[in-house]
Design a protein around this ligand. Structure first.
Ligand SMILES: Nc1ncnc2c1ncn2[C@@H]1O[C@H](COP(=O)(O)OP(=O)(O)O)[C@@H](O)[C@H]1O
Ligand SMILES: [Mg+2]
Length: 271
């Protein structure tokens, strides 16, 4: 292209960041919106999202969760709301509500049967994610946590571009392959000017129930490498803890009382 030719502003990559952000439903308001991201599946994004929600709740804050993992939803089940089907009227759609008042939505809650798979193309999935933000009546809350799907595809692109998120927290686990893939999603977030608060290292160790010794189940891979490479701080470490798995499987995560996520919660409160 000749050097001084005018670019139609619609196609000018330098203007792309000014895409107008979506507004939440008029029955929802949030002080801060935080995405929980990781390039990889199965590292514990949903677990960290749920534990963070409960940690904030335990500290007296009002929280909502939006499960943006449309094809692999887990938030509703983790909070025992898997069989709730959302009701709506012309004004909006009402999310599931937990005993302690977290309002949440997973794609399961939009189906009659939670076992029905969602077999949709990416563009449809991302429009559902946008609608989960604009059409759900979450109520007046302090924090909205968005549980992201793995990867750097359509949904992260939609969330980073169209939703007015204030920050993101990265979840990783101490394996080199995981760090490598997680770095991609960190770089994507950086490219899109997302404010990254830091890394939570999940499954960091196992603690011997008898002597209390910490065992590195994945060998001696250092989480500080990912931190050094990406310039992000390690906020917290979560061990592999069977009591957490039990609470998740039984849909009782709200009863979680430990405070593995102190620093991540503080980083959110300090925003
Ligand atoms: N620290 C942990 N201790 C025990 N179980 C865990 C831990 N982290 C994750 N899990 C379990 O591993 C599975 C995968 O975690 P999940 O949060 O669903 O991963 P992701 O959302 O990244 O795909 C879940 O069944 C979860 O309960
Ligand atoms: Mg998940």
């Amino acid at each position: 292209m000749p050097e001084n030719e005018q670019i139609d502003s619609k196609y000018d990559p330098r203007k792309r960041r000014s895409i107008e952000k979506l507004k939440p439903h008029e029955g929802s308001s949030f002080k801060k919106i935080i995405a929980i991201i990781s390039g990889k599946g199965g590292v514990g994004k949903s677990l960290v999202t749920s534990l963070l929600a409960v940690t904030l709740l335990n500290q007296g804050h009002e929280v909502s969760i939006m499960d943006a993992d449309i094809t692999g939803p887990s938030i509703a089940k983790t909070f025992g709301r898997d069989n709730y089907t959302c009701l709506g009227d012309k004004d909006g759609i009402f999310p599931a509500k937990t005993d302690r008042g977290i309002t949440l939505i997973s794609s399961n809650n939009l189906l009659d049967d939670p076992k029905t798979p969602i077999v949709w193309r990416g563009s449809l999935i991302s429009s559902l994610v946008s609608q989960m933000f604009t059409e759900i009546v979450y109520g007046e809350k302090e924090y909205l946590l968005i549980d992201m799907p793995p990867g750097t595809g359509d949904v992260p692109l939609t969330v980073f571009q169209q939703l007015p998120i204030d920050a993101a927290i990265v979840v990783s686990s101490p394996q080199e392959l995981v760090s490598e893939v997680v770095t991609k999603s960190i770089n994507m977030a950086k490219m899109m000017n997302v404010n990254l608060l830091g890394i939570v290292e999940n499954m960091a160790y196992v603690q011997c129930p008898h002597c209390g010794e910490k065992i590195d189940v994945f060998g001696n891979v250092s989480s500080s490498d990912l931190s050094k490479q990406t310039g992000l701080p390690i906020l917290d470490e979560i061990p592999i803890d069977p009591s957490i798995t039990k609470l998740v499987d039984e849909g009782r995560i709200e009863e979680y009382q430990k405070d593995y996520l102190k620093k991540a919660a503080k980083a959110i409160l300090d925003l």
